[in-house]
Ligand binder design. Structure first.
Ligand SMILES: [Zn+2]
Length: 299
């Protein structure tokens, strides 16, 4: 039988990135509330729900459209008031750059002026925030070098679903990292509604559950991104097993999205009904068992 070999850039990094602290902080990254023009979720309700579900933080990314400095300051204050010693609401923005690219800034406590992606990343950094180039392939493939952001979102709940990352995008980021790009790899839920399954999340190892420590551990690359198909290290490395699961799920996802719109309405409804349970299972929300076994398989 022919031997299967993976391209070198897929190989799992043997260094487990999260050994320094015993504390695990699990959070949803890329999330909106009613400060965003296209979302109606209340910040307090969202945080209560996520805390009850076992999360320790949420990395918020509010659209900057129509948000004034006054409204944003009140929102940052509100994030503080809904945070406690076990759960942190990290305020943040999703800034639309002058070329249409969107960059999220987690932890910025004042408005960030728009500009080129590089300028926006710099402004976020000056404000002590953590910058993420979100859904870089939403409007076609990214051309040219990636900006010097802290992370690049390789799976976005709205653009890619939540089962597996875009492997082409992941590969492109990993290749860029080999040529000197510093950005880590992260997944984002792009949550706008409470009904969205919390099917992708980030786990970091901060020294304490505070905004500063969580952002520091993200900045240091001490985090993992979880998807239904497998776990990604912040370097973008995945285990061989996860890689093949991701490949299969990704192909199924694209096939599904190709077939579904072409079916007659009745056929589409029937197919959605018979597959509802399996799909819900695939998008299962996080649980301790899954987390522990996934974390073990990364060692
Ligand atoms: Zn968003």
């Amino acid at each position: 039988m022919a031997e299967l070999s993976l391209p070198e850039e897929w190989m799992l990094n043997s260094v487990h990135p999260t050994e320094e602290s015993d504390l695990i902080a699990r959070g949803i990254v890329h999330c909106h509330t009613d400060l965003s023009y296209d979302c109606e979720m209340d910040l307090g309700d969202l945080c209560n729900t996520l805390q009850r579900e076992g999360f320790q933080f949420v990395g918020l990314t509010e659209h900057d459209r129509d948000v004034t400095s006054e409204r944003y300051s009140a929102y940052v204050e509100r994030c503080r008031s809904v945070s406690n010693s076990d759960f942190v609401a990290i305020p943040g923005l999703e800034i639309r750059c002058t070329n249409g690219t969107e960059i999220a800034g987690l932890g910025v406590e004042e408005m960030v002026a728009t500009g080129t992606p590089e300028e926006v990343v710099d402004r976020i950094r000056v404000l002590g925030g953590y910058s993420i180039l979100v859904h870089p392939w939403k409007r076609g493939r990214w051309h040219g070098p990636y900006p010097d952001a802290d992370a690049i979102e390789v799976m976005n709940g709205k653009v890619d679903g939540t089962i597996a990352p875009d492997l082409g995008l992941l590969r492109s980021v990993r290749l860029a990292r080999r040529s000197g790009l510093r950005a880590n790899v992260i997944t984002g839920l792009d949550m706008h509604e409470m009904s969205q399954a919390r099917a992708t999340w980030v786990e970091c190892r901060p020294a304490a559950v505070t905004q500063r420590e969580i952002l520091d551990s993200l900045r240091g690359g001490k985090f993992l991104s979880y998807t239904a198909a497998g776990t990604l290290l912040s370097s973008g490395a995945v285990s061989g097993r996860s890689f093949f699961r991701m490949l299969g799920f990704r192909a199924a996802y694209r096939g599904w999205n190709g077939i579904l719109p072409r079916l007659p309405r009745l056929g589409r409804e029937l197919l959605l009904r018979v597959t509802r349970t399996s799909i819900a299972h695939l998008k299962r929300p996080p649980g301790p068992t899954l987390t522990a076994s996934a974390a073990d398989s990364m060692k």
